[in-house]
Each structure stands twice: as C-alpha cells, then as structure tokens.
Design a protein around this ligand. Structure first.
Ligand code: SAM
Length: 443
C-alpha cells in the first residue's frame, strides 16, 4: 500500500462479521488488510478492515448487501504527536535527533537514515525521548490495555537446523516431545476458562504434524472454545496455509529474523530468504493477521540492517511484530556469541511503533528471559501485547529455544502491566489483583 494513498478503516459489528467481510472484499478483488482498531473505537483486540479510499464506497456497498454489520467507517489520518518537541524542551537533544522527532510530531514518514539515527543513539536523554514518543504513539493508537495471549509450544521436533535455535535438528542432548491433541486441548480449555481470547500454537517444523493433523486441532479449538488461533509452525506449502485459514485460523507468526541476506544465509543453513518472504506474502494474501519480527544482536548485524527490517515490516503490512534479543542457546553453533543488546532491542521496539504505528507489538519472552523487569520496559517503549507461556511444565524445559528461557505467566504479566502503569483487558475472567497479594507476600 503506497505512501500518498488515503485509507479508511471499517469497523464491523463483531469479529465474525469482520472476518466474513474481509474475505468477501478480498474475493471481490479489493485490496484489504486487517489492522488493530483505533483505541477510541474499540478494545485493543478489535480489528478493523483497512481499504484504500478509491474502494471505500464499493466496499461499503458489498458489505451492506451481504448483511455484514458496520459499526463505523473512519478515515485513517496520519498520526501526529502534537506538542512532542515542546514537551521535550528541557532535555538536551542533538539538533539532528530533534529533526527526526519533529517529523514524527508532524506525522511524516521516516527514511532509512532517520531510523538509523534513532537506533544509533547512546545518549540517555535521546533514548528517553524516543521511548516517550513511542509510548505516546502507542497510547494514541491502541490505548492502555495490554492484550494477553496464551502460547502452547506443542512440539519441539524440528527438521531445520537454524544455528541460533535451541530446538534445531542437530542437538544431541535434547529430549524431544510432541503433545497429543488431547493434551493441547486441555491447555486450550484452561486458557479459555480464564477468558483468554487468542491461543498461539507454536512448534518446530515437525513433519509429523501434517496438514490434516493441524486441521483436526484447529477444528477442535474452534468448535470447543471459539478462540482465535495464531499458528506459528514455520514454512509450509501455500495450500496448507490456505486450508488452515478456511478452517478458521486467524493469525500466523513467521518471523523473517533478519532481512540482511548474508546474515540470514549464515544463520539458516536450510532456508532461502526469498522463500520465507514468499511464505509471508502468501499469508497476507490469504487474509491472515500477519506476524513477523526480528532478532536483535545477530552476528554481524548493524543498525542499518535493523532499519531495513523495520521498513520491511511496514512495506509488507505486517500486523504483529515480535522483536527480541538474540540469546545464546547451549549446544548450538552460536552458543558463545554475546547476548543481544537490551537497549538496542528497546530502541527497535520504539522505532517500530513510530514507523509501523497500527500494529501489535509484544513485550517478548526473550526480553523477560534476560531480566523480568524488561517486559515492563518494552511496554513503556511502545509494546502492547504479552504472550503467556502455557506449555505444560513437564515439556517446557525442552522448549528452550534459548538457554534460561523465562516463564511468562499471569504473575509476571501482572508485574509487567502494573509496572508500566497499564491496564488488563476486561475479557480476562480472573481478578488480577490476586497477583498483587502474591507480590506483597513475597516481599
Ligand atoms: N518453527 C517456527 C518458525 O520457524 O517460525 C516457530 C518456532 S521458532 C523456535 C520461534 C522463534 O524463536 C523464532 O522465530 C526465533 O525468532 C526465536 N528464537 C529461536 N532461537 C532464538 C535465540 N537463540 N534467541 C532469540 N530468539 C530465538
């Protein structure tokens, strides 16, 4: 979707209407994408259908003809941060840094060199100004509620040998596991019972989980709970993605990891970057809420590469962007490489919010694994989502994609959300204040 085109956001009456409406418009050949709805028009998990202004009238006609309820249609205005520079007037910031912040204030697009400048700063006042701008943008766009999702890592079998990953094929001492459909469903029900709306089903690239087996799982999740499903199963044929979408899968998370071709090749002995990008394009065409992301601190990665990653997310219209630090995993070829820089990760999160704007940005588990306070820091730097890890305890130890992977549970989510002075979604059917008492009794 180009630069000078105007867009409209269509809010449907329900998730079901939104998904049906999006499919209908796509079938009619209209270019649509699904984006988080503006904070003032719904909760953070509400999704809007985004269409170009040339298509808005015909889209509205098709939707009405097909009894799709429309709750509102809004022109998407460039998001400005009016008064940002004024609010920073007592801080010592270089002129060139201020110029980029001014562009953000005015709702202008950032160039590659603007982004590099933001990422390269090591000055405390400038970093604080960047996080503040991202936090204001996040508040304006998606509001204060932190979307909470539950992840089940249901198989650690993987046919790929990614050099950084703690479940790669060539790890001799790893005990492999595969949860059964019933075991997975038990966790899905426990998430559903506490009101979680989205379950993330993640695994290594495991051929045992064929198209039909995944299909059977999707059908059960939908039938028994009606929850939204995010799949994160790696690269699959287009027809698999298409089938899973038809059965009701909503989101797909397939991180590009880095857009630098040389680094990509070095860390992925069996992957081709163009094929991975192709998979991501298929997912988008098929109407998934499309997830990507990158790892910060890969060998040889520079700020210029991270800037390219961020611009790639924007160009591809990615809706969920997971940005986490590289963490060395024992027994992998990269085990002796240094951990990715925390500050660089937070800066990348902040710049991504400022550039990609209307997206879901998780405060990643990888950050929490370095220090439990870092999820709150990410929430203060533009993030708006937390992914709980719900893999049963007996398997969890063997899904250490990196060493000392932290447990993100309701208690740590409570700490992060309250630490960042943010709100829990009203769909949670548990009183999060019980975790306050738990926190106090630990003191
Ligand atoms: N197989 C699926 C895929 O390729 O998308 C999903 C599973 S994969 C283990 C999930 C994510 O873990 C990857 O996208 C990668 O970003 C992250 N990851 C793996 N090893 C990591 C490491 N050592 N440090 C940071 N992130 C890592």
């Amino acid at each position: 979707m180009g630069k000078d085109v105007k867009y409209f956001l269509i809010m449907a009456g329900s998730t079901n209407h939104m998904l049906r409406g999006d499919k209908l418009l796509k079938d009619k050949g209209i270019k649509t994408s699904l984006v988080p709805a503006p904070a003032e028009y719904g909760s953070v998990c509400a999704i809007a259908i985004k269409v170009e202004d040339k298509d808005i009238d015909i889209s509205e006609k098709y939707l009405r003809e097909n009894d799709i309820t429309i709750r509102g249609i809004y022109e998407e205005k460039p998001e400005r941060l009016t008064g940002l520079i004024d609010r920073l007037k007592n801080t010592i910031i270089r002129d060139e840094f201020l110029e980029v912040l001014k562009k953000i204030e005015d709702g202008k697009e950032l160039t590659h060199s603007d982004i590099v400048l933001l990422l390269k700063t090591d000055r405390k006042a400038e970093k604080e100004a960047l996080f503040k701008a991202a936090d204001e943008m996040r508040k304006k766009i998606v509001g204060d509620i932190v979307d909470i999702r539950g992840a089940i890592e249901f198989s650690n079998y993987c046919k790929k040998d990614c050099k950084y990953c703690g479940v790669r094929r060539n790890l001799d001492n790893l005990q492999r596991y595969r949860m059964t459909e019933d075991e997975i469903m038990e966790v899905v029900h426990s998430l559903h019972n506490i009101g979680i709306k989205t379950v993330i089903l993640q695994s290594g690239e495991d051929s045992w989980w064929t198209k039909d087996r995944i299909a059977s799982l999707i059908i059960r999740v939908k039938k028994e709970t009606g929850m939204k499903i995010t799949l994160s199963l790696g690269e699959r044929p287009r027809e698999d993605y298409e089938y899973f979408k038809e059965l009701g899968a909503n989101n797909y998370l397939l991180k590009i990891e880095t857009t630098n071709e040389e680094i990509f090749k070095f860390i992925h002995p069996d992957d081709d970057i163009n094929h991975r990008k192709q998979c991501s394009s298929w997912l988008k065409e098929l109407g998934y809420l499309n997830g990507s992301g990158c790892i910060i601190g890969l060998p040889g990665q520079r700020e210029e590469d991270i800037a390219n990653d961020i611009l790639y997310f924007k160009e591809m219209g990615i809706n969920m962007i997971g940005i986490g630090p590289f963490i060395p995993a024992k027994g992998t070829p990269l085990e002796n490489y240094p951990t990715g820089d925390v500050d660089m990760t937070l800066k990348a999160v902040a710049v991504t919010r400022l550039v990609c704007k209307r997206v879901f940005l998780p405060a990643t588990t990888a950050l929490a694994s370095i220090d439990s306070d870092l999820q709150a820091d990410a929430l203060k730097a533009g993030a708006n989502t937390i992914m709980l890890i719900n893999t049963p305890a007996k398997y969890r130890y063997n899904y250490q994609i990196y060493s000392d992977k932290n447990m993100v549970d309701l208690k740590s989510a409570y700490d992060a959300v309250t630490g960042a002075n943010r709100e829990f979604p009203s769909y949670l059917k548990i009183d999060m204040e019980v975790y306050k008492d738990a926190a106090n009794s630990e003191k």
